[in-house]
Write a protein that binds this ligand. Structure first.
Ligand SMILES: CC(C)(COP(=O)(O)OP(=O)(O)OC[C@H]1O[C@@H](n2cnc3c(N)ncnc32)[C@H](O)[C@@H]1OP(=O)(O)O)[C@@H](O)C(=O)NCCC(=O)NCCS
Length: 218
């Protein structure tokens, strides 16, 4: 087993069909519905550099995957489609993929809130370790397209009955504002302070100019 985890790029698009197979097979086994994605959709995510892929280079097979989706005009990001091939489970692969896709999301969309909905304990554990917290659905994106993805789930009627406010899945959210380092907060403060100082200096300059104008006219 020689697994290499990397940010996906165009040559990895050949694995798109196999990734869809892995996702669909696991959904069937778990008896859950999923937001079904076509190989073309997955291939596009790969070409856009919005995915992380794990390849067993010994046998040249894809053994793990996850991709980034954006919602609500980029205000929200979800790391979707996490899958690890059955023979490669319980060795920490999902955790590594999840960490990499999370870091990629932070890098590409630093202001976005990262969220997910799940019933899976494994995903809950991984999300918690990355700083996600459980939230009600009202804290998540209101983007209809995201919630349309739930239509394939056998619990969709529960979601509908509860007016999209709750279901069997738990909502989890990472809010970047709550995780700013001391250094980042300091930079923000200085920036805000500088802007305020600049505004005050500008007002003072304008007032002086007007005063000067009045004196000259007089
Ligand atoms: C869920 C899945 C991605 C986990 O992959 P994995 O490589 O076996 O996970 P890891 O070995 O990295 O384990 C990560 C954590 O989850 C836990 N975990 C893994 N599988 C678990 C399971 N079936 N039930 C409960 N916890 C589990 C591990 O113990 C570990 O927690 P720890 O760090 O506290 O020990 C994999 O089982 C899978 O592909 N399942 C089908 C698809 C799926 O459910 N995707 C998630 C969609 S929301």
């Amino acid at each position: 087993m020689n697994v290499r985890i990397s940010i996906a790029s165009a040559p990895h698009a050949v694995y798109a069909a196999r990734i869809c197979e892995l996702i669909n097979e696991s959904a069937k086994q778990r008896g859950t519905g999923i937001a079904s994605r076509t190989p073309e959709y997955i291939a596009q995510k790969i070409r856009d550099g919005k995915a992380v892929i794990a390849i067993d280079v010994g046998v040249n097979e894809v053994v793990g995957f996850s991709y980034i989706e954006t919602w609500g005009h980029g205000k929200f990001v979800a790391n979707s489609g996490l899958i690890v091939s059955p023979d490669y489970r319980h060795i920490g692969l999902a955790y590594k993929i999840k960490k990499k896709i999370f870091n990629l999301s932070r890098q590409k969309f630093p202001q976005a809130r990262i969220f997910g909905i799940t019933t899976g304990l494994a995903v809950m554990k991984m999300n918690s370790s990355l700083g996600y917290v459980p939230v009600t659905f009202s804290e998540l994106t209101a983007d209809e397209e995201f919630w349309n993805g739930c239509k394939g789930c056998r619990n969709y009627d529960i979601l509908q009955r509860n007016s999209y406010r709750m279901c069997l899945c738990i909502g989890m959210l990472y809010d970047p504002k709550k995780h700013q380092s001391f250094y980042q907060r300091l930079i923000d403060l200085v920036r805000r302070h500088n802007l305020r100082a600049q505004r005050l200096r500008f007002r003072w300059w304008m007032r002086n100019r007007r005063r000067k104008g009045r004196v000259e006219n007089y």
